[in-house]
Design a binder for this molecule. Structure first.
Ligand code: GRF
Length: 233
């Protein structure tokens, strides 16, 4: 009897410890839960629109290189010549097109140059991965291709330019990232996938941004896979 009581308490102890470890490790939630990437034959032709460091772009490059994802990154379009994403495109020998608004006649001309490139390259899906320009309704309509965007908040909360700062200032306990189809209204459109992390007021913007990035890198390939499936079906 005594032995049974000891075993019972030991078992409970181990269960509690295991649950605590699991809880500690579960630092994020992704929904919907997608466990594999769709196959595409021929490969899905995508273009990346980016303005910054390009860490999301790099994740896609790596997956494609390792043949884990059937995507053909035909082109990077960037509006800043010194951006990290351009450096990555050069290193990885991926075609890129730099289009700076300052060297265009006006925003119409800027968008038209990008539209022409996308059409010339016969792109099936346009992926905005850190694209810091708002696109016009004309842009969306004249391409006539699906466009998706990744945004560092759980939409519809914290749309706009400073979603991480806004979430912290709001005292939110949870934030994250979303991938959605692009529609004329900024950071709106049908959601494809979201990821959530816990935050607290005392955390720095840099730390939260870094943690969100990790989740972005997990969800963006799944979002492309889902959008690609819709395009090809
Ligand atoms: C991402 O956080 C994205 O959500 C936002 O810009 C950032 C781009 O990061 N729109 P990177 O350039 O892919 O590293």
């Amino acid at each position: 009897m005594n032995n049974l009581v000891i075993i019972y308490f030991n078992l409970n102890y181990y269960l509690i410890i295991t649950l605590k470890i699991l809880k500690k490790e579960q630092k994020y939630i992704i929904s919907p839960e997608i466990n594999s990437l769709n196959r595409f034959s021929p490969k899905l032709k995508i273009a990346i629109l980016a303005s910054g460091e390009g860490s999301n772009f790099q994740v896609l490059i790596d997956l494609a290189k390792k043949e884990k994802f059937d995507i053909d990154i035909k082109l990077l379009i960037c509006n800043k010549k010194n951006a990290g994403c351009v450096r990555r495109a050069i290193e990885e020998k991926i075609s890129y097109f730099i289009c700076e608004e300052s060297s265009c006649k006006n925003s119409d001309d800027f968008e038209q140059k990008i539209i022409d490139k996308l059409i010339d390259n016969d792109i099936e899906l346009i992926v905005m991965a850190g694209w810091m320009k708002i696109v016009s309704e004309k842009f969306i309509n004249s391409i006539n291709r699906k466009i998706i965007n990744i945004h560092p908040s759980i939409l519809p909360s914290f749309k706009g330019k400073n979603p991480v700062k806004d979430a912290l200032e709001n005292g939110s306990f949870i934030t994250g990232c979303s991938v959605h189809y692009v529609v004329p209204e900024v950071d709106s459109g049908e959601l494809i996938i979201q990821g959530a992390i816990t935050i607290n007021k005392s955390e720095s913007i840099e730390n939260v941004t870094k943690n969100i990035h990790k989740i972005e890198h997990l969800i963006l390939p799944f979002a492309i896979s889902e959008a690609g499936f819709k395009i090809r079906r």
